[in-house]
Design a protein around this ligand. Structure first.
Ligand code: ADP
Length: 304
């Protein structure tokens, strides 16, 4: 079983002929409601891969709360940990997309920022019994630290996708101290490892990231796959060649697959390979939640 503590959003997506400039109004097509939030997306990807998933997060007391709850339930996720925050709006992402795919995204975190350590109290046992705890950075740091400590004290591996990074990455120190597996993309790695652009190879960055405390540091490289630095050595996983149509959801799918695989006891190179295959499949479909692959789809790519 996997527990995810994190964000859940409703993404409001509108296609426009071109992105508006400041002060301008542009007429778009009909609004599309998509399930989103990095936490909920990772939970859904883990569930699609066959894991038993409990999601701990927060929605507001508005009409959108029912949408996000239904989105989680229909993905087969246990939502007893989804708190209703009175007086807060459900998290929303406003996404505007022009025909070439260029977009702008504005996130109103709402209830996600109200998820507190106290909301975890009823789930100490669930976290302690999990095979892995998955975290991201769209809920308060204090809540992530509290969840990670609960997992740690029960010997449950903590997988942190350090995205999106805060303004001051030094704020992350208390969390990085209690994380087992750190997953970042290239630009996050540059910021976190404080190497500056292209001052180090991805593998050098991964090893440097381990200095922050994680046992396993993974840097994802888009179409080029991923690298990992860990106790057993280094692992370089080239990307799987696919016809990518939409990169949304690839990172979240990668993290979910990595957490599920490590939780199943897979070794690091095998887990990174499976996560890369899962991320690659996710790029072959549109959208974030809808793109998450089944175990069969991942296995087919792994067997190629
Ligand atoms: P993020 O979306 O968080 O920036 P990446 O772009 O690094 O993350 O993608 C995460 C993972 O998804 C990669 O490590 C890789 O395994 C897979 N992936 C992403 N884009 C592609 C692609 N074009 N072709 C094949 N695999 C991809």
């Amino acid at each position: 079983a996997v527990v995810v503590v994190g964000s859940v959003n409703l993404d409001l997506v509108v296609q426009v002929p071109r992105l508006p400039v400041p002060g301008e109004t542009v007429m778009g097509g009909g609004v599309e409601y998509r399930d989103g939030g990095k936490g909920a997306n990772q939970a859904a990807a883990a569930a699609r891969l066959g894991a038993d998933v409990t999601f701990i997060g927060a929605c507001g007391d508005d009409g959108f709360a029912a949408n996000v709850r239904y989105g989680l339930l229909s993905a087969g996720i246990d939502t007893t940990g989804l708190a209703d925050v009175l007086g807060a709006p459900t998290g929303v992402a406003l996404v505007v997309v022009q025909p070439d795919g260029e977009n702008t995204v504005t996130v109103a975190p709402g209830a996600n920022h109200a998820l507190s350590p106290a909301d975890l109290d009823a789930f100490t046992d669930a976290i302690g019994a999990a095979d892995a705890l998955l975290l991201q950075l769209e809920v308060p740091l204090t809540t992530n630290v509290a969840a990670a400590r609960m997992a740690r004290s029960a010997g449950v591996p903590v997988v942190l996708n350090a995205a999106p990074l805060p303004e001051d990455v030094a704020d992350l120190r208390p969390l990085l101290d209690v994380v087992d597996v750190l997953v970042v993309n290239e630009s996050e790695a540059e910021q976190l490892a404080a190497t500056g652009p292209s001052a180090a190879t991805p593998m050098e960055q991964a090893s440097r990231l381990r200095d922050h405390g994680a046992r396993i540091a993974v840097v994802t490289l888009g179409r080029d796959g991923a690298v990992a630095a860990y106790d057993g050595g280094d692992c370089v996983q080239p990307g799987f060649g696919v016809d990518a149509v939409d990169g949304t959801g690839a990172g979240d799918t990668f993290c979910a697959a990595l957490g599920v695989s490590l939780g199943e006891g897979m070794d690091v190179p095998a887990a990174v390979r499976r996560a890369c295959a899962a991320g690659a499949v996710a790029t072959t479909k549109l959208g974030a939640r809808a793109a998450a692959p089944t175990p069969g789809e991942v296995d087919r790519l792994l067997a190629r």
